[in-house]
Design a protein around this ligand. Sequence first.
Ligand SMILES: [Zn+2]
Length: 484
Amino acid sequence: MIYLAHENREYSSEIDYAFDILMAGFVPRPVLVSFADLNRISFRNNDLVISYGKKCEGNVSAHRVHIYQGNLFGKNYLRHNSLPVKPLNLIDGLPVVYNSDQRLEKSVVITDNGKWKFIEINIDLIASTYFQITRYEEVLVPQRDHYHRFPVQNSLASQESYLQIPLINAYISLMEFWLGKCNPAISRPLPWGKHDFAACITHDVDTIEKFRRGNSWRHIAKAAISHRDPFEAFERMAARIGWEPYDTFKYILKLNRRFKLKSSFYFLAGENEKTRLSYQIDSPRVIKLINRLKQEYEIGLHAGFESFNDVLKLQEERCRLEVVTGLPVRGVRQHYLRFQVPLTWRYQEAAGFLYDTTLSFPEEEGFRCGICTPFQPFDLEERRKLDLWEVPLTVMDGTLFDYQKLGLDEAYERIRMLVDIVRNNGGVFVLLWHNSMLDEKKMPGIRGLYKRVLRYISDMNPLTGSVGEIVELWRKQCREPART
Ligand SMILES: [Zn+2]
């Protein structure tokens, strides 16, 4: 058995949650108990206690790992002065968000009395995990960009250069290593079968027409005469008779078949977003498209620009999309990646979604929540774990091209590196590629790059599925610790 115990009653919801994240999927399944329970348990061989507290109290006749607590869960919790002190310390090259205040000779001290091992960890792994996964800093740091998004440069991960490290997965691997020293039978099997990781290809359908309302003869003539761009005139004319540069769905499906990958498509279904909505979800053309895609692929909601802080909008949009698909809509990604922690998660839960897959920074790829595996978010304000899954977005096309202005080869290298990182951590690689980002006229060579990216992902042999399928697999196998 693995027992988890801590003594902090005031912050037990928060600490239990961080234990859930760090210890999910371990076999045998850990059990959360109180410090008092530890005195009543008669331990057996190979039992292991993981405890968390300012002091390592109580005698335990079993292997023990003790994590020394720092100062996050105390009087300064959710105050500005509880933010981590920079620069961060490192352990094995890994940033440590919160230290404990114990004075041990090393970060990790292992003693062995011949019968049991005792491992003292002088890093507050619980608080560090909690900080990163709840997006704690986004609640405390007020800066926002012009779309009311938390800017990447205000994140600790960017300031301390660890955005491309899935820190929590690295902490979990450290735990696995230390626990294995106590009992080699402890394991953490992943739900990917013979695959090292999972990959989800996703597409936000922001628009399906390149020249919205711009295909009149007047527009065509203007392109040809005033802009002196015969190709644009030709494109507008072609779009007029049904050849549409942003209708790249056939191409996407063809490549999926070729590389044995699966996509999820997220459609906008808002009603009153005149300036930002380029199609109506219930127009015959979109219904036809969705009917074609839903035979093979998951259809989720690309929640509208104004929906991230409006639960009614989220509910309405989900309903409107369900009427069109005739199926339950389980997944959501917010348009422009607009997100307010923890409110958007809470509203997505209330609107009945199974999962969100928004959280990456628009300006820089990587691991905004410090993790590359699915998790249930924690609502810092209501102090509870939500009935919703987050499948963190790894990289969006626009991040590389629109924000960072990378060339095709540089973009390929960035994506390749991220695939490798996620693979090494047994995570879920989530790629966002807009259907409109396969227009060769706008970006020559883009289709070749997309093909190279898919080929690389496919060569790495991931388990592929819709995001919804991946969440189902994960939640079945990687259960959190049990509570007594
Ligand atoms: Zn969008």
